[in-house]
Design a protein around this ligand. Structure first.
Ligand code: DAH
Length: 337
């Protein structure tokens, strides 16, 4: 029996070290309930009383040895596979990373942001208004009579008879004056819509920035000073302003405002088309009818307002001759800013 036990041990050890079978298969084969060792132990009844403890002790020793060998082998295999994995997953921290391309701000957004910063610096707040607007806010409340050409269906996108896509940011003035009482100092940049064909200087969607100040004793001098401070920060210290009389229904008096050309300084060049001046906005003193309509007494308060096209300013600033470039999202164009 001893020889059988020794043979079992030798076989099991050989199987373990040769890795020909899985360790679990080896365990079942030699140590399992129906395994080789169990078979031997079952036959112990036939042994003499002296032999039995000797063979029993040897059998236990064989079981222990085989168990230990299996455990050792299993530990070695785990370690080896771990070492292999570590080797395979090694990270080379010196390999260059993937480059993310960060988009610069779109020139329209960049200029709008710059405008906001300049006016915030002068104590203005930013207001937003709806792009789908009641015709009351876009026209009536802005003192714009029924027969005004801007109200034509050829010029404005109507949704119903009295709902439309705002054709200017001026209706935000009305919302602001309805909501709060003077002193008011607000700008409102945003999208506006007009029934224009697309060409180098027109688009059915473009951007404006409205401004309004209402308080006691506001004069045209305040308007000029504010716009001059803005223009100098936007276009350079040497910038001069020119006010030309004009008509807007919601301001009286009204003016169109030009800046001296920031390329030639006023001598005349390609950017200003030989004029020396570039028109940038409309402005004026808020019409008493507009104030009154918002419940503000024009005998106590006065105000100025202005509205500028953001595209126009972007195009002037960067000498862009075709407005469509601003909407095409061509990275070759956008990367230049
Ligand atoms: N809303 C005018 C336009 O679209 C621009 C404008 C002119 C706005 C004079 C004003 C203003 O607030 O006072 O042409």
């Amino acid at each position: 029996m001893k020889e059988i036990l020794e043979k079992i041990r030798a076989e099991a050890m050989e199987a373990i070290s040769s890795s020909a079978q899985s360790l679990e298969e080896i365990r079942i084969k030699y140590l399992g309930k129906k395994g080789e060792l169990t078979k031997v132990l079952r036959g112990m009844g036939a042994l003499s009383a002296e032999e039995r403890p000797v063979v029993g002790a040897l059998a236990n020793k064989v079981r222990e040895d085989v168990e230990r060998a299996i455990e050792k082998k299993s530990r070695e295999m785990k370690e080896a596979s771990r070492a292999l994995a570590l080797k395979a997953e090694k990270i080379d921290v010196t390999v260059p990373g993937e480059r993310f391309s960060v988009a610069p701000r779109h020139p329209l957004s960049a200029v709008q942001k710059q405008m906001e910063d300049i006016f915030i610096g002068m104590g203005f707040e930013i207001a937003e208004g709806p792009e789908v607007e009641k015709s009351y806010y876009n026209f009536e409340a802005l003192n714009t009579p029924e027969d005004h050409p801007a109200r034509d269906i050829q010029d404005t996108f109507y949704i119903t008879d009295d709902v439309l896509l705002r054709s200017q940011t001026s209706p935000v003035q009305i919302h602001v004056m309805e909501e709060k009482k003077p002193p008011i100092r607000v700008i409102s940049p945003g999208r506006v819509y007009r029934a224009d064909e697309v060409d180098a200087t027109h688009s059915p969607l473009f951007h404006q920035c409205e401004g309004i100040v209402v308080d006691k004793g506001i004069t045209m001098g305040d308007l000029k000073g504010t716009l001059e401070a803005f223009a100098k920060q936007m276009f350079g210290e040497g910038t001069r302003l020119r006010f030309r009389p004009h008509h807007f229904p919601f301001t009286e008096p009204s003016a169109e405002v030009d800046i001296s050309c920031f390329v030639c300084g006023g001598k005349g060049c390609r950017v200003c088309k030989g004029e020396g001046w570039i028109e940038i906005l409309g402005a004026g003193m808020v019409h008493p009818n507009v104030l009154r309509g918002c419940g503000i007494d024009p005998d106590v308060y006065s105000g100025f307002a202005f509205g500028m096209g953001i595209e126009r300013i972007v195009m002037a600033k960067y000498n862009i001759t075709d407005m469509r470039l601003l909407y095409e999202n061509d990275v070759r164009f956008l990367k230049q800013f």
